[in-house]
Design a protein around this ligand. Structure first.
Ligand code: C2O
Ligand code: CU
Length: 453
């Protein structure tokens, strides 16, 4: 799939292909280094890596059922790849170097071309050296519109991140620090929405907005709240809820998670998306409210459902996963690169976490199941930290205490010492990563894969 554009252009045979060229109509997404202002003057602009020339990367918008077809041109100083987070995608297009494709070397082009079966809020990001590449800015929103979109005045993408800056407002270049890898991951010191420290929008009283929240943070779990608006959650991780849920309290958004909210601006005073920290709440997004109408709107309708792959709990394969390691609950021993090692030996390798006693991905999947089989994964988090566990290629539901299923998700937060059972229909053939989306944890061992044949 890797093509060198300059070689292709010199090929005489290409003149025979214009018809094919028309049929495929590919977009181009260029990965490159950029400089962008994040911190105010007199700070310098920040050196970043970008998909499409901006930070966050270009927002990609398609209609449900369309194909995404683009040439990823790698003008970065190093290799990269693109993962389309949350898309129930053709495995060959999943963008995981060493599992579904080779990394795209600097100077090369890779064609991503796949169907978009589900409407919703997704995102794309590098899946190579993610602690560094995502922190430097290699991510963007991927929006798949419903055939019949809800009736709103504005549809706003809000990509949340936190970035760790040096005193010169540059991305701190220490990406493999032992502390981040063994504790809560790389937590930043500057909070951003859409790459800005002061994102704001002008709205009117009575406006109905769709807010698409996406967390691109390396590790931080945002605690969020709303002020000056009434809100309903209509989707998690792209997938519509059967019934919209009113937002009455603060809510968490872990790394890689998304939430679609329908909010109504209810009064004249300004409205906010608030980010809570230990010492209080901060305005993550400011909505400047000016005069408007006084209509009260009815509760929003549910979004139209995406294709359903029913979960058959009674006839499921089960997979227990023990999440272990990290500071304060260090590994006694675990397997790494085919060798049984002590926690101390692993720490010398800068590796700290294990799934079922295995540090990092091997050639062997956690489980191999046949297509259409339901899988139940019982996770136990025997560590001192929460983790944002993500499955590629398929959405899962939490199996609740009463045996019913929670909403479909692709990333779920499991608290320290927590136990969560999830289940999914293994409808999508291929090798699918299952890993912690706290990127330093994944890099330090917390990831494996599931094979569907
Ligand atoms: Cu956002 Cu392995 O993925
Ligand atoms: Cu983790």
């Amino acid at each position: 799939m890797i093509t060198r554009r300059n070689m292709l252009l010199g090929t005489a045979a290409l003149s025979a292909l214009p018809a094919l060229g028309n049929a495929t109509q590919r977009d181009v997404l260029r990965a490159s280094t950029i400089r962008q202002r994040i911190a105010p003057e007199p700070y310098a602009e920040t050196d970043l890596w970008s998909f499409g020339g901006s930070f966050p990367g270009r927002t990609l918008r398609y209609k449900q059922g369309e194909r995404l077809s683009l040439d990823l041109v790698n003008d970065l100083p190093g290799a990269t790849s693109v993962h389309w987070h949350g898309i129930r995608i053709d495995n060959a297009m999943d963008g995981v170097p060493g599992l579904t494709q080779p990394a795209i070397p600097a100077g090369d082009t890779f064609t991503y071309d796949f169907a978009l079966p589900d409407a919703g809020t997704y995102w794309y990001h590098s899946h190579l050296q993610t602690v560094e590449q995502m922190e430097r800015g290699l991510y963007g929103a991927l929006i798949v519109e419903e055939a019949e979109a809800p009736d709103v005045d504005r549809d706003l993408v809000l990509m949340l991140d936190d970035i760790r800056f040096t005193d010169e407002a540059q991305v701190d270049p220490e990406f493999d620090g032992f502390f981040d890898r063994s504790h809560g991951g790389r937590i930043g010191n500057v909070a951003l929405v859409n790459g800005k420290i002061d994102e704001s929008f002008d709205v009117k009283r009575g406006d109905r907005l769709r807010l698409r929240l996406i967390s691109a943070a390396n590790a931080r779990i945002f605690e969020l709240g709303l002020q000056g608006m009434s809100a309903h959650v209509v989707a998690y991780d792209g997938m519509p809820l059967i019934a919209p849920q009113p937002v009455t309290e603060t809510f968490p958004l872990a790394s890689a998670q998304r939430m679609d909210l329908i909010v109504d601006i209810t009064d004249d005073s300004d409205a906010y998306l608030i980010q809570y920290e230990r010492d209080g709440g901060y305005a993550a997004v400011h909505f400047n409210v000016s005069g408007g109408r006084d209509t009260t709107r009815p509760t929003p309708d549910a979004l139209p459902p995406n294709p359903d792959f029913p979960i058959d709990l009674a006839n499921a394969e089960t997979l227990p996963i023990l999440i272990a390691g990290g500071a304060m609950a260090g590994l006694d021993h675990a397997m790494y690169k085919g060798t049984r090692m002590t926690g101390r030996e692993l720490a010398q390798e800068n590796m700290f976490w294990a799934l079922n006693g295995q540090v990092g991905r091997t050639e062997t999947p956690l489980i191999e199941v046949s297509k259409g089989q339901t899988v139940r994964i019982g996770m136990a988090n025997d560590t001192a930290f929460p983790h944002a566990m993500h499955l590629h290629g398929m959405h899962f539901a939490q199996v609740l205490a009463d045996g019913t299923l929670g909403p479909l998700r692709d990333t779920i937060l499991i608290e320290s010492q927590g136990q969560i059972e999830i289940a999914f229909n293994a409808h999508n053939p291929g090798d699918w990563l299952f890993h912690c989306h706290m990127l330093s944890h994944h890099a330090a061992g917390m990831g494996s894969f599931i094979r569907v044949i």
